[in-house]
Ligand binder design. Sequence first.
Ligand SMILES: Nc1ncnc2c1ncn2[C@@H]1O[C@H](COP(=O)(O)OP(=O)(O)O)[C@@H](O)[C@H]1O
Ligand SMILES: [Mg+2]
Length: 362
Amino acid sequence: MSVQQLSIQRLRNLDHVDVNFGSGINLLYGANASGKTSVLEAIHMLSLGRSFRSLKLASLITQNKTDCLLFAKLQNQQGVPVALGMNRRLDGDHSIRLNGESLTSTAELASLLPVQLIDPSSASLIEGGPSLRRQYLDWGVYHHNAAFFGLWKQAQRLLKQRNSALKCGTMSASVRASFDPGLVQVAEQINCLREAYLKLLEPMFFELLAGLVDLPDLKLGYYCGWTANRPYAEILDETLERDLHLGYTQRGPQRADVKLTLSGVNAAERLSRGHQKLVVVALRLAQGKLLSEVQGRNCVFLVDDLAAELDWAHRREICRQLAKLNTQVFVTSVGPNELTDCWPKGIQVNMFHVKHGQVSPS
Ligand SMILES: Nc1ncnc2c1ncn2[C@@H]1O[C@H](COP(=O)(O)OP(=O)(O)O)[C@@H](O)[C@H]1O
Ligand SMILES: [Mg+2]
């Protein structure tokens, strides 16, 4: 899927933008605060229903306005056009329309327009808490296996019910019997899907990483949310007392994590920020590559401020890998020439100048 045409109204400093993009590399350049990241935010919103910079709608909608409106003409890999519209209002009201029909859930969007984001805060995937890495992992599993989303929703529902029962401080055998077997079954299935996905991802990640940085001791591990190689049912039995005391389920698929370690030590404590960023770039490129090679589907790459903190050789390798993915890429930079000579020869780069909230082809 690619974004052929994008219209943005009342999002940050973008009052009214209407622009046609190329289905390959699109470079958005412009001075600081001109609106480049805001254009990427608009595409991210259309994919996931939310921004990557802020969860607060009030900071996203242009100051003193009450709503923002996004519209995109997409084109799938078979060349079929898709019209996608989104209206988000300050009062919480929102609507999404796909080819003129209302959509109720943003989950459908994610499968329609998969996006990967590489931005200056990328290192937080390594430094931050497990939820970010779980989100990363589940993005891949979701696109890889159609059964995942249903299982994940079931697990959320069962955990919610179990946690409210735990809050009462006691749980009878019959109440347990109504949650635990179902939860165990779903948790084990989610675990299998996550493990299988990571197995496929791992070689692609290390191959891409090798082109960027030499980190022979780096390991990509996985924590399923409870003690590895032990049946989840046993863990639930063992932790029941403490779960009752805490009022929530401590172990389970809701605690899964992707563990990056260097010689057994958490990578966040060993890697420089620059290396952390490169590891995250390789992780994100690997997901895009896997989606395209195994599923035959392309995801759109949003690459904000690529030149920031990266030297020329790394910029060049990332541009080379992005171009190789043969997918749509939106990359931002301050000047028009920061990435000149980074792209493989013969690649067409569509340039757009962003100035005071206006986006024009150049
Ligand atoms: N809610 C808002 N209403 C109006 N302007 C905003 C809002 N939020 C941010 N801005 C402004 O939008 C401009 C564009 O920001 P941004 O997209 O981050 O620019 P760039 O990525 O080009 O540096 C900034 O000047 C910022 O102050
Ligand atoms: Mg920016």
